[in-house]
Write a protein that binds this ligand. Structure first.
Ligand SMILES: Cc1ncc(COP(=O)(O)O)c(C=O)c1O
Length: 345
């Protein structure tokens, strides 16, 4: 029996308050723009992030996709980090569907990009090159271990892009984790971004949904792309209702997930065979290395102990979330100790 699921914060379930709000949500047809609950969520999200407008979409992937399609055309280039989710884990949608060239810029350990590398990639304006239109930054940076990128770091990257006329999109799937970790309002973290997408369905524990925010013009263009992708939804207020509850009740508690992640990270650091840089455990993601080619076996053994984690060849990930308490973390630590004693001796 699975007792603790640490694969991702996406496995979190909605709170009782969210379920009630979904049940009772006042509904309309959002394609006609008259779903009051959706309109309320979009207005709330835009206000919280200091942007003019917002649009609900089905997923983080769709928020990134419509943001890119709305700001870069066929044959245009989008710059993004080598560790970015858009490049590594979104099925190449912007290239396949939008004819966009995705040009990776080396990201450092924390997930930031060297501004000079951005300048160098953004600069060329000649007929051999696909024009560079957009720079993407990610916060928190999933593949760097959930690092929270500061407003100063974001500004440095954004300024480098703007020098060459680039717009800036932020994949803020977990922007509220960054805000809580940095004790900085989310609006300050996204001030440099023309568009910012955040997920309701991860640490905020909604069952579905993301919101893309930006100025009214770009959000209108994103709505057109959402329609083309088949992503316009009708009585989507059932989802938006949970989103409103999430923005009201689920942000401050992210600090609990961060504390649980630190507890997990500190325990893992003591175990033989595990490599972890505790400095990267800034939010709710705990990434660590295990002996080469043993990752999947370790994940399978943990599963036998009732603990699910995200496996890989030699890199593993645990992500505490709503529904995981300190006792669950102890269960995971104890199981991991038994497994690593067998694997690493
Ligand atoms: C940083 C980041 N961006 C985007 C996404 C995509 O979100 P979704 O799974 O809702 O498509 C994820 C998902 O884990 C993510 O971690």
């Amino acid at each position: 029996m699975i007792r603790v699921d640490l694969r991702s914060d996406t496995v979190s379930h909605p709170s009782p308050e969210m379920r009630k709000a979904m049940y009772e949500a006042e509904l309309g047809d959002d394609v006609y723009g008259d779903d009051p609950t959706t309109n309320a969520l979009e207005a709330r999200a835009a206000e919280m992030l200091g942007k003019e407008a917002a649009v609900i979409v089905s997923s983080g992937t769709q928020s990134n996709l419509v943001a890119l399609l709305a700001q870069a055309g066929r044959g245009d280039t989008v710059l993004l980090g080598t560790k970015s989710h858009i490049l590594n884990a979104e099925a190449g949608g912007a290239s396949a569907l939008g004819g966009i060239v995705l040009m990776p810029i080396q990201t450092d350990e924390r997930g930031t990009m060297d501004p000079d590398a951005i300048r160098a990639a953004a600069k060329p304006r000649d007929h051999h090159k696909a024009p560079v239109k957009l720079l993407c930054v990610e916060n928190t940076q999933n593949m760097a271990g959930g690092t929270a990128i500061s407003p100063e770091e974001i500004k440095t990257m954004a300024d480098a892009g703007r020098e060459h006329g680039l717009r800036v999109h932020m994949d803020g799937a977990r922007i509220f984790n960054a805000a809580v970790a940095l004790e900085t309002p989310a609006a300050a973290l996204v001030a440099e971004a023309d568009t910012i997408g955040f997920c309701l369905s991860k640490g905020l524990a909604c069952p579905i949904g993301s919101v893309l925010c930006g100025d009214a013009e770009v959000i209108e263009e994103a709505r057109r792309w959402r329609k083309m992708l088949g992503g316009s939804m009708r009585q989507v207020g059932v989802i938006a209702a949970a989103g409103i509850v999430a923005l009201d009740t689920m942000i401050d508690r992210l600090a609990d997930d961060h504390a649980n992640a630190r507890k997990l990270g500190s325990a893992l650091a003591e175990m033989r065979g595990i490599e972890i840089d505790l400095a990267t455990v800034e939010t709710n993601i705990v990434r660590f290395g295990v002996p080469a080619h043993r990752g999947n076996e370790i994940a399978a053994r943990l599963k036998d102990e009732g603990v699910l984690i995200n496996g890989g060849d030699s890199d593993l990930r645990m992500v505490p979330h709503y529904g995981i308490d300190s006792e669950d973390v102890d269960i995971a630590i104890n199981a991991m100790e038994r497994v690593m004693a067998e694997v690493a001796g």
